[in-house]
Design a protein around this ligand. Structure first.
Ligand SMILES: Cc1cc2nc3c(=O)[nH]c(=O)nc-3n(C[C@H](O)[C@H](O)[C@H](O)COP(=O)(O)OP(=O)(O)OC[C@H]3O[C@@H](n4cnc5c(N)ncnc54)[C@H](O)[C@@H]3O)c2cc1C
Length: 457
């Protein structure tokens, strides 16, 4: 419970922008997936960095946890409040502060979503490419080092964040990075905060790199006789210097589900869905070149298109895949796996995962950002059936163990939150203790998003 004097201080500061309403607390304790609800004691809605700093200082004085909240789409219980405390919801700090076309940079507040930013950029000829599917906040995306379908061409959040404003656990406000394209000036604190999941501080402003909007876009789809054929085609395409903007794998189960739900009419085989960005000539060359590579690897029914309606049909189908898969079992939730392996090992990793799921009692269609070696099994479970959740976690942990043996990672893009905490030691060994030391030096009282990412005391 939050002490009355702390509550009074926060109420005096924020007025109606401090909520203790039951439904608000419940909303901010939920996760998109199977994690149980863990609500905070209060939700704060700041409008300025100074207010964020004052909230953090009040919480520090009273030893209260502080949890950042963007749009709450993280999949591993990242933004839940296992120890109560104050959730800081950034929805009112959502401004695009400055667009600098000549430097291809933008300054935003953390609550600005990626779609809102791209709407604002539409007339400038520039865009922000990172696309995690959900319309997440840019603060949350930086905090989880998000990526998604376009990372194969444009990189992850790690590659887009040029600088940050951060409120530390003691309320100090610091600025990291600069507007320069590169710097050798000391420790890379920007990289430290990107992916720190709110455990080191709250991000209150971001300077992000922008990209030119492509002159032309082509979307392509290809069926494959086998998963190995599809993955080998991806490997060869990357080795030959093709630069797809997206290259997504969907297995037979996902293909069937997309056919049934979206009338996709795809042959019932594994598929690759691709997108190419560039000039008219460049996208045509890449699309045709990929068609030849696919044909050499058992690809069939290859189609590509540049018309917006054909492209958007293909990609909205892929973007809806998670919810379409969930809908195949009404009322179900998911344990979403997220391993990432060196691309040469991806065929092996997917084959083992598919074989394990086949002999389990659960359904788990597989899809992934295969240009990066990242795939997801959407393991469908009944939230109220502990045996199903245990089985899904067993499968997920087996996929991680195999990925680590292959030189990969427990999470390519979703992050650690609560769900991947028990895997950190196996992945990082002594390096996980170093993360703990960094955490203790920046947050000695452990108030910033406690219970997440580092070893717990
Ligand atoms: C259908 C679906 C598909 C998805 N696909 C992908 C995908 O392809 N790739 C991918 O990377 N992710 C994916 N995700 C996961 C999710 O969208 C990302 O993790 C996203 O980055 C979370 O952003 P958010 O604004 O919702 O953050 P939240 O969920 O609100 O918060 C996430 C974490 O960041 C912290 N945080 C939030 N704001 C701040 C801040 N300003 N300062 C400090 N810490 C903060 C929170 O405390 C929490 O630890 C998907 C999710 C869904 C539901």
């Amino acid at each position: 419970m939050i002490p009355q004097d702390a509550l009074s201080e926060l109420q005096a500061m924020l007025g109606e922008r401090l909520s203790t309403g039951k439904s608000d607390l419940s909303l901010h304790g939920r996760s998109e997936t199977f994690h149980p609800e863990m609500p905070p004691d209060a939700v704060a809605y700041p409008v300025t960095t100074a207010e964020v700093a004052a909230i953090v200082q009040t919480c520090a004085r009273h030893g209260l946890p502080v949890i950042g909240w963007g749009t709450g789409t993280a999949l591993e219980g990242h933004a839940s409040a296992p120890r109560g405390g104050v959730t800081v919801d950034f929805r009112h700090m959502d401004a695009v502060l400055e667009i600098v076309p000549d430097d291809m940079l933008v300054r935003v507040q953390p609550g600005c979503t990626r779609e809102a930013l791209n709407t604002e950029l539409r007339a400038t000829g520039l865009m922000f490419p990172v696309d995690p599917g959900a319309n997440a906040s840019l603060g949350g995306m930086a905090a989880t080092r998000a990526s998604g379908t376009t990372a194969v061409r444009y990189g992850t959040m790690r590659d887009q964040v040029r600088g940050l404003e951060v409120v530390l656990a003691d309320g100090r406000v610091i600025h990291t990075g600069s507007r320069a394209r590169k710097s050798s000036a000391g420790y890379d604190l920007t990289a430290l905060f990107v992916g720190s999941e709110g455990t080191l501080g709250l991000i209150t402003e971001l300077t992000l790199k922008l990209w030119g909007q492509p002159e032309a876009t082509a979307a392509a789809v290809c069926g494959f006789a086998t998963t190995e054929g599809a993955i080998d085609a991806v490997i060869l395409a990357m080795q030959m210097g093709l630069t797809p903007a997206r290259i997504e794998y969907v297995d037979v189960a996902t293909t069937r589900i997309l056919n049934a739900a979206d009338g996709a009419d795809l042959p019932e085989t594994p598929h690759l869905l691709l997108e190419f960005h560039g000039s008219d000539a460049a996208v045509a060359t890449e699309a045709e070149h990929f068609g030849q590579i696919a044909a050499d690897h058992g690809g069939s029914a290859y189609r590509w298109a540049t018309k917006p309606e054909d492209r958007s049909k293909l990609w909205s189908m892929r973007h809806r895949a998670y919810h379409t898969i969930l809908a195949t079992r009404p009322g179900a939730t998911a344990v979403v796996t997220d391993v990432c392996v060196p691309i040469s090992k991806l065929g092996q990793a997917i084959a083992r995962a598919a074989a394990d799921i086949d002999v389990s009692s659960l359904d788990g269609p597989i899809l992934g950002h295969v240009g990066d070696g990242n795939y997801h099994a959407i393991l469908l479970v009944d939230r109220n059936a502990p045996t199903e959740i245990a089985e899904a976690k067993r499968l997920s942990d087996a996929m991680v163990a195999h990925a680590l043996d292959l030189g990969g990672t427990a999470t390519g893009e979703h992050g650690v939150g609560l769900g991947k905490l028990h895997l950190m030691e196996a992945e990082h060994g002594a390096a996980w203790d170093v993360m703990g030391a960094i955490k203790r030096s920046l947050d000695p009282d452990g108030t910033m998003n406690p219970g997440k990412l580092v070893r717990q005391n």
